[in-house]
Structures are given as C-alpha cells and as structure tokens.
Write a new protein. Structure first.
Length: 399
C-alpha cells in the first residue's frame, strides 16, 4: 500500500474512535438485517446495527440490468429479501430477490414519475405511484397490491416503521396505517421532502412565512407539534429530505441540484425537545449522521466531518484519495465501521478492512460504487457506479 494511502487511517482515526463510542442510538429505530429506506433506517441517518464485513470474499451472485435500465436506488433489505427498483426515469419495475442466492422471487411494473424512492416494512413495499401511495405485499412469489391511499401530486416518498406510515403533502403531514382509509392524524401546513423518525418524534419540512422553510418535529402518537426552527435558506417546495441522529438533524433543501443541507442542533431532555442553531453546508453526497456530527463529501471534493459545536474538519483531502477507490457513494455507518462505497474502515483502529483496488474480478467496481454498501446476512451488496450491476460478495478471504 502506498505512503499516501497508508496515511488515511491516521487522518480518520479521531472520527472512527468517535464512531465506535457513539453507535446507533435506541431512538434511531434501526433494525438488524434490514435496510428499509434510501438511507437505511427511518431516521435517514445512513446507519445500521450490522457489523461491517470483516473481509471481502468472492462474488456469490450478481444481478445485471439490460438495455438502458439501471438500478435506480440501493437494494432495500428485509429478512433475507432484497428489493430493487430497476429501469429509467420514464419506466421502472420492482424486483424482489432472495438475498442469499440472488434468485428472482417476484417482479411488478410501476406507474411512477421520475425516480421512485420506496420504503419497506413487513415484506411490503410502499411507494408513490401516480398521486397514490401504494402498498405491494410480497406473497407466494408475487407482489399483491394490498392497499392504496390518494395523497396528491406533491406527496413525498414515504417514511415507514412497523405499522406507522408518514407522508409529507402540500395539504399536511399525514400519519397513515395500512388498510385504513383515514389518517391516524394530520398536521396542518404545506409540507415537502421525505420525513424522518427518531425516538418519539417525526421530523418534516414545511413552508414557513414567505420563502423561508421550517423544520418541525411532531409527537408520533398524538401529532402534536413539539419543536420548530426556521432555516436560513430560501427554498422552493418540492424534493428534499430529513435525517436525524441523537444531537443533529440534517435537512436537504430544494432544489436538490444545489446540494444544500441545513444542519440543526437537536437537544432532547425529558419531555422537552429543542431545535436550534441552523447552519448551511454543501454536501455532494448524502451525509452520514451519528451523535452530533455529519460526514460527507464537500463542494471541494474533500471528505469532511462537521460538528455543530466545533465546526468542520477535513478528514480526507481530494489529493489523498487517488490511491484508494472512493467513488461518489454516500458513506454508511456500521456497528464498528464506516463504509465509503467500495472500501471499509474498522472503527477504533482505523484499519482498512477491505477495498476493491487489487481485485481483478471486481473491475466494474474499481471506478467506485453508485450507493453505499448494504449488508444482507453474511453478504455485502455493492452496486456498480454505472448502475448496471449489483454484486453480492461473501466475507471469506480469497487466497
């Protein structure tokens, strides 16, 4: 390994020591062997309770697309099943695979506009299709359309945890329940972006006075507003998302093409929740959150760790990335590790567990990955940067 790449563990050691000490909090609602949203748990933090794969073994199976089709998102996993969205912005289909063998279990054509952003819960996939929230249940190797609810043309992608379903719309923030025709509750206002769950609250973006957006938190049971903060940004409604950790909330603000995020301090004591000290940052990737920190790729191409207490710090400079393949995938926080697409570091020691640079059988991953690594049982799932293939790799070492 070159001198420059050997310096990377030293640069990242403070970050990884902090990560090892600040693992996924109970409030994050993460679940083992389940990656249920675009950024993992319902908190959207990019974290998982799974340990990082200790080594990168052989390819156990691969899924490859045809023609112009690509994988439009990371694989979502639920108890041994991998759910994929495959296609283009004009047409897409839902595919279910056995995560252990790669065998196809079911497929269904989708009626969506743009790139679907589904959520998974209890073997069901929830996504917006033509102004309607649709639940498709995987049963006996078929997707059954189990339930639907009209949410309108401005609805956000859903956020799901067990029997709780949250959708942001221009007419309110809805808490829904599968099978029911009326909301459990509805918060008034014009909402946008995917909401997120953490502890007792759901966090969402809504229009404030003028063009100033507001980040608001609501009690998940009653729907009562618990805290709000105005964000220092003029944003048009539509798009965006929220992610939450124990001491920080990150809100991606539209238009998402500008990659503007607002970081907000989260303080929870007893029955009191306070949102304060909003700060704008630019991230080229979706940041991973833990404790009171956010880590992502900044506008200069450097990996930075941002704390609302101490400000930002560069961890890996752009010129120091040449000897390792990082790609542009958003990072993923594991229980004891940090994954940057096609390489993995161990928390506490900063040891490089694996990367694909010297693997001739993984040439299509050496340009980086499209999404961060997803754990599925004893396998790690990696999507090539061009989105044309998904590889499932074991943990046993080769040679």
């Amino acid at each position: 390994m070159s001198t420059r790449s050997s310096l990377l563990p030293a640069l990242l050691l403070p970050l990884l020591l902090h990560t090892a000490q600040a693992q996924t909090a109970d409030g994050e609602l993460a679940e083992r062997d389940r990656w249920t949203h675009f950024r993992g748990p319902a908190s959207g933090s990019g974290g998982t309770l799974e340990a990082p794969p200790a080594s990168l073994g052989k390819i156990e199976w691969s899924f490859k697309t045809r023609g112009k089709d690509v994988l439009l998102g990371p694989p979502l996993t639920w108890d041994g099943i991998a759910f994929l969205i495959v296609g283009t912005r004009k047409r897409a289909r839902l595919v279910a695979l056995d995560a252990e063998t790669g065998a196809k279990l079911a497929t269904a054509a989708l009626k969506t506009d743009g790139v679907p952003r589904p959520a998974v819960g209890n073997r069901s996939v929830f996504l917006i299709e033509k102004n309607t929230l649709v639940e498709r249940l995987l049963q006996r190797r078929r997707f059954l359309k189990r339930w639907s609810y009209t949410v309108g043309p401005t609805a956000s992608p859903p956020c799901v945890h067990k029997n709780e379903i949250y959708v942001a719309t221009a007419s309110g923030l809805l808490r829904l329940r599968s099978g029911q025709r009326r909301p459990v509750w509805q918060a008034k206002g014009s909402f946008f972006g995917r909401p997120a769950l953490f502890g007792r609250h759901v966090y969402a973006l809504r229009k404030g006075s003028g063009e100033t957006p507001v980040l608001a938190a609501y009690d998940r049971v009653s729907g009562k507003q618990a805290a709000t903060v105005e964000l220092p940004h003029k944003a048009a409604a539509g798009g965006g998302r929220v992610a939450v950790a124990a001491g920080i909330v990150a809100a991606q603000l539209p238009p998402t093409s500008k990659r503007q995020w607002c970081l907000v301090k989260r303080t929870a004591k007893a029955d009191t929740l306070v949102l304060s000290d909003p700060m704008l940052r630019t991230f080229k990737t979706h940041p991973v959150l833990w404790g009171d920190r956010a880590l992502g790729l900044d506008q200069d191409g450097d990996w930075v760790s941002v704390s609302l207490k101490s400000g930002g710090r560069k961890l890996i400079k752009k010129e120091d990335r040449k000897d390792l393949v990082l790609g542009a995938a958003s990072p993923v926080r594991f229980r004891g590790g940090l994954g940057f697409g096609s390489w993995m570091l161990e928390a506490g020691t900063a040891k490089i567990l694996w990367h694909v640079k010297e693997r001739p059988d993984l040439k299509d991953l050496q340009a980086g990955t499209r999404f961060g690594p997803v754990r599925a049982g004893n396998l790690v799932l990696l999507v090539t940067r061009n989105g044309k293939a998904l590889h499932a790799l074991g943990e046993e070492k080769i040679g």
